[in-house]
Ligand binder design. Structure first.
Ligand code: SF4
Length: 385
């Protein structure tokens, strides 16, 4: 196997990214689900070839951390044996599909996800930019509207199946048979009308430039309020949350004992059909847990771009965060762990110094600059004032 390409534009298992603690090897679980055997296999691989820590990403992927370059090839072979990594980096890059975890036997969700994955593996599949992705979100109400995706298969308020370009309030009405071909035609339209430049380009940005959609996309759509997931028992099983969306190999293996696992983009895992109480240290089933009230990126020392060890800071400020407040803390203005706006975003500007942004992203203009660690609790309690 060729040497890994470090700092790739959109890293995957075959093209890992170098981070402060070694290679980050991203796994896109097929159909957003891991069988018990796959989950245990990933946990063992993370212990054997990595540092035993696994991130849950905002696109419902897993990232094995701390892999050395010499161990990368053996890790990929192991993951391919588990059926969670493609054989070809091009296919791996295209298979960027987030699936709602709220599916049940007999509904079309998994069938659509499977058809899309199969079509994306074809040689003539649209070669979209690295971050371009799809959301299969056609449960009764869309739940992935805040999850990064460029082409969405959803239902409108009356239950019609639609394909919707991200950023547009119009979709094309489709059937379970036509949804995937229409989605791929939309990706081709994106490419043919100049949506991509090099390996960059996103649908919402292209729509915002005024690009004229094909006439099929004329069905008006009203989006529901943003979905908020909470840990705890739900119809489909038990949703568990992890501090900062990071799970250890041993936690993952113990969860896998309880059932197949569905990945979510909310840094939680749905343990399929699990109705028994879950007592695993660091695995939370109640939203009333202070450490879950604040999200944080990897920060220092895991990320070389980080200006401060922000997870330590996040633990310190968590008790000051109200239950109805969203606070994100970022090690730099890239904000890669939280592409959405938060009530308060804190961006490190140096070791334990921060800027504060109200209702925005880490890359936005700060509302307050030059805060120190001791300033943060009061500013959070005062809602960023
Ligand atoms: S936001 Fe910056 S510091 Fe945080 S993980 Fe991304 S690049 Fe690293």
């Amino acid at each position: 196997m060729s040497a890994p390409i470090v700092k790739g534009w959109c890293p995957g298992a075959l093209r890992p990214m170098m981070s402060g603690d070694g290679l980050v090897v991203r796994i896109r679980p097929p159909l957003g689900r891991l069988s018990q055997k796959q989950a245990v296999g990933i946990a063992t691989a993370a212990e054997t070839f990595g540092n035993g820590l696994i991130d849950l990403s905002s696109r419902a992927n897993l990232q094995i951390r701390g892999v050395s370059e010499t161990d990368h090839a053996a890790l990929v072979t192991t993951l391919q044996g588990l059926g969670v990594v493609d054989g070809d980096p091009q296919i791996e890059a295209r298979r960027n599909v987030t699936v709602t975890p709220f599916w049940q036997d007999g509904d079309p969700i998994l069938g659509l996800a499977q058809s899309l994955q199969t079509a994306l593996a074809d040689d003539d599949a649209p070669q979209t930019p690295g971050k371009f992705g799809y959301a299969i979100d056609c449960g009764p109400t869309p739940v992935l509207t805040q999850t990064a995706a460029d082409i969405r298969i959803e239902r409108d308020a009356s239950g019609k199946l639609i394909v919707r370009p991200d950023g547009a309030m119009f979709g094309a009405v489709v059937t379970a048979e036509t949804a995937v071909p229409v989605a791929l035609d939309l990706a081709r339209w994106f490419l043919n009308t100049g949506g991509a430049s090099g390996n960059r380009g996103r649908m919402a940005r292209h729509i915002a430039t005024g690009a004229l959609l094909p006439s099929l996309f004329a069905h008006p759509v009203t989006l529901p309020d943003a979905f908020k997931a909470d840990p705890g028992q739900i119809n489909f099983g038990t949703m568990v949350a992890l501090e900062f969306g990071q799970i250890s190999a041993s936690q993952l293996a113990r969860l896998a004992d309880l059932g197949p696992l569905r990945m979510t983009p909310w840094r939680m895992i749905l343990v399929e059909n699990c109705t028994v109480p879950i007592n695993i240290d660091g695995v939370h089933t109640s939203a009333d847990t202070p450490c879950l009230r604040v999200s944080a990126c990897t920060g220092a020392p895991g990320c070389p771009q980080a200006l401060s060890p922000i997870r330590e800071t996040a633990r310190k400020i968590a008790p000051s965060v109200a239950t109805d407040q969203s606070v994100h803390i970022s090690g730099c203005s890239k904000g890669c762990a939280h592409p959405q706006s938060a009530d308060i975003t804190l961006v490190a500007t140096g070791t334990n110094t921060f800027n504060l942004i109200r209702n925005g992203l880490a890359s936005d203009q700060p509302d307050i600059t030059g805060l120190t660690l001791s300033d943060l609790p009061d500013h959070i309690k005062n809602r960023g004032i």
